[in-house]
Design a protein. Structure first.
Length: 431
C-alpha cells in the first residue's frame, strides 16, 4: 500500500504539472482527483465517483444561480446598460480633474452590481471607457489601469459568481455572503475614486462643465440598473427571496427590460442564451473537477494535516491568517481567481474554522485577496483581457497603471482584517 502522504504530494505535483502544460484547471483537478482517489480506495469506487459526482453537481439547486447570474450579465451588456452607467457617472464626476477616470470606476461598480464577473466588467468597460479617456488626453497607463482595477469589483460587489462558489464549497449561505460584500464593495469604490483623484488627478484634464439638465437626463437611463439591484440584492437582504430565486428573477427581469426598451429581440436573446451557456459550462467544468479533487483531499486528510501543521507553528490566529493571505497573493500571480478559490479554499478553510474566524468574513477577505491576483503579474487576468481589446497598449503599460490600485487594495484588505464589523454588520441585520 502506497503511503497516502506520498500520494497527496504526488497529486499536487501532477496537478501543477498539468496546469503548466495548459491543461484546463477543471480537467486537471478531475484527473488528479479521480486518479488519487483510485490509488487509495480502489478503482471501483473511483469510477463510481466519476459517474455520479458530475450529475449531482449540475443538478444541484443551489448552483443554478450561477447560470442565471451569468445570463443576467450577458443580457445587461447586450441591452446597453453598461454604456448608460458610464454616461450617468460621467455626467456627475466628469467635470472634475480626473473625472473621466472616476466615472469609469463608478460605471464599473454599477455594472458589477448586475454582472458578477470581473473579466466581463473589465472587457465591457475597456470597449466603452478606454476610447473616451484616450480622446480626453489620458495616458494609456492611467486609462487601462483604472479599468483593470475597476473590473475587480465584479467579484466583490454582489451578485458575485466567485462568492457564490465560495459559499457552495464551504456550505455558507450565499445570500448572506452577497450582503456581506456590500460595505467592502462600497469601501473599494470610494478608495478607488480617491486613488484616481489623489494619485492622478492633478495630471489629468477636467471634462465638460457640469450641466444639471444633462446630468438629470443621463441619470434617467440608469433606472433599469436600480430596479435590478432592488429586485436581486434588496430582496435577498429582506429575506423575500433566496439567492437562487433572486438570480432567476434578475435574469427574467433583465430580459423583459431589454424587450420593453427594444434593445433585445428573439434573435439577440438566443445569442445571449448561447453565450451564457458557454460561460456556464466552463464554470461547471471547473466545479466538477474541484469536487472530484475534494474527495481526493478528503481521503488523504490533507486539510486536517495542514490545519495541525499551521496551528503547531504557534503564529497565533492573525499570524496564521497573514500566512494564508500571503499564500493567496503569491498564488494569484500564477492562477486565475476561480482556480484559486476552488483549489485552495477546501484546504485552508478548516484552518480558519479551527482558529475561530467567521466563515462569512473570511469569504470576503479571500475574495478581496483574489482580486489582487486579477491585476498583478505575471497572470493578471483583467490585464490580459484589456490587452486583448486594446491591442496597441503593452502589458507593461497596463501593469504600471494599475500599481497604485494594488497599494490601495492592500490598505483596504488591512482595514477589513482589523475591523471585521465592516463585513459582518449588514448580515447581522438581515430579515
Amino acid at each position: 500500500m502506497i503511503d497516502p502522504n506520498l500520494i497527496a504530494l504526488g497529486g499536487f505535483v501532477m496537478l501543477f504539472a498539468l496546469m503548466l502544460i495548459r491543461v484546463p484547471i477543471g480537467i486537471a483537478m478531475g484527473v488528479v482527483g479521480v486518479g488519487g482517489f483510485g490509488l487509495i480506495t480502489g478503482w471501483g469506487p473511483a469510477l463510481n465517483l466519476l459517474s455520479s459526482s458530475p450529475l449531482r453537481t449540475i443538478t444541484d439547486f443551489n448552483l443554478t444561480l450561477i447560470p442565471f447570474f451569468i445570463l443576467m450579465g450577458v443580457l445587461a451588456t447586450r441591452s446597453g446598460m453598461s454604456r448608460e452607467l458610464f454616461r450617468a457617472a460621467n455626467s456627475i464626476l466628469g467635470p472634475m480633474k480626473g473625472g473621466l477616470g472616476m466615472a469609469t470606476v463608478g460605471a464599473c461598480a454599477g455594472f458589477s452590481a448586475i454582472c458578477g464577473s470581473s473579466v466581463a466588467t473589465a472587457a465591457t468597460m475597456t470597449k466603452i471607457a478606454h476610447p473616451e479617456m484616450k480622446r480626453a488626453g489620458y495616458g494609456d497607463d492611467v486609462s487601462t489601469g483604472v479599468i483593470a482595477a475597476g473590473g475587480t469589483l465584479g467579484i466583490l460587489i454582489p451578485p458575485s459568481v466567485v462568492l457564490a462558489i465560495y459559499g457552495y464549497i464551504t456550505a455558507q449561505d450565499i445570500g448572506t455572503l452577497f450582503i456581506a460584500g456590500i460595505i467592502p464593495g462600497t469601501l473599494a469604490v470610494l478608495m478607488y475614486l480617491a486613488t484616481v483623484r489623489l494619485w492622478y488627478g492633478r495630471h489629468l484634464p477636467a471634462g465638460e462643465p457640469f450641466r444639471l439638465s444633462e446630468a438629470i437626463d443621463a441619470m434617467r437611463g440608469v433606472w433599469a440598473v436600480l430596479l435590478l439591484f432592488i429586485a436581486v440584492i434588496v430582496s435577498i437582504y429582506l429575506g423575500i427571496t433566496t439567492a437562487t430565486e433572486a438570480a432567476a428573477v434578475g435574469a427574467v427581469l433583465t430580459a423583459l427590460i431589454g424587450f420593453v426598451r427594444r434593445r433585445l429581440d428573439f434573435r439577440s436573446l438566443l445569442d445571449c442564451l448561447v453565450e451564457a451557456l458557454r460561460t456556464s459550462v466552463s464554470v461547471y467544468t471547473i466545479l466538477i473537477g474541484a469536487i472530484l479533487f475534494g474527495y481526493f483531499l478528503a481521503v488523504t486528510q490533507v486539510p486536517q494535516k495542514l490545519t495541525q501543521i499551521l496551528i503547531d507553528f504557534g503564529l497565533g490566529p492573525y499570524g496564521t491568517l497573514g500566512l494564508i493571505v500571503a499564500l493567496f497573493i503569491v498564488m494569484g500571480c500564477f492562477l486565475d481567481a476561480m482556480a484559486m478559490i476552488i483549489l485552495m479554499v477546501p484546504i485552508v478553510y478548516p484552518v480558519i474554522v479551527a482558529l475561530g474566524f467567521d466563515p462569512i468574513w473570511f469569504g470576503i477577505i479571500i475574495v478581496m485577496t483574489v482580486e489582487l491576483g486579477l491585476i498583478t503579474p505575471p497572470v493578471g487576468m483583467n490585464v490580459f483581457v484589456i490587452k486583448s481589446i486594446a491591442r496597441d497598449v503593452s502589458l507593461v503599460t497596463i501593469f504600471r497603471g494599475v500599481t497604485p490600485f494594488v497599494v490601495t487594495d492592500i490598505i483596504r484588505l488591512t482595514i477589513l482584517i482589523l475591523f471585521p464589523a465592516l463585513v459582518l454588520f449588514l448580515p447581522q441585520t438581515m430579515g
